[in-house]
Design a protein around this ligand. Structure first.
Ligand code: ZN
Length: 138
């Protein structure tokens, strides 16, 4: 069995952002040389997510509005976590949107559904953060 590991780094200008990382993960699969296997992709931070959904701007705005209803950023005093930090909402948003995805690798490609794309979800950005890509197979 072969295994491949790569870290993808991000630094967003805004506190929150959704980035389509599908091409970057595809490139990892290509570099791995693995034709049949599994690709794990996870945020390595507790205030960001990796998830699969549609690459559609309206939906991304809907996610933003929905997440702000569930866990609004402000007022910061709303949360017990916000003593030395102001990112309690980001921890909660990350939990809702998930930590990782696993995608089958078939014939050397990510075996995604027609409209499935892999996203990095940033909820407390403006600093360097990373995503782990681990691919196993043969
Ligand atoms: Zn925190």
């Amino acid at each position: 069995m072969k295994s491949y590991r790569e870290e993808l780094w991000f630094q967003t200008k805004e506190r929150r952002a959704f980035i389509n990382i599908t091409p970057l993960v595809e490139e990892c699969v290509r570099k791995s040389g693995i034709k049949e296997g599994l690709c794990l992709c996870n945020a390595m931070h507790i205030t960001s997510s990796v998830f699969i959904n549609d690459d559609e701007e309206g939906l991304h705005q809907d996610f933003e509005v929905w997440l702000e209803k569930l866990a609004p950023e402000k007022p910061y005093s709303l949360y017990r976590h916000n003593g030395y930090e102001d990112n309690a909402d980001a921890h909660l948003k990350r939990t809702i949107m998930g930590r990782e995805v696993v995608v089958a690798v078939t014939a050397g490609r990510l075996d995604l559904g027609t409209w499935e794309r892999i996203f990095y979800g940033e909820f407390d950005g403006r600093r360097r953060k990373r995503v782990l890509v681990k691919i196993i197979g043969e």
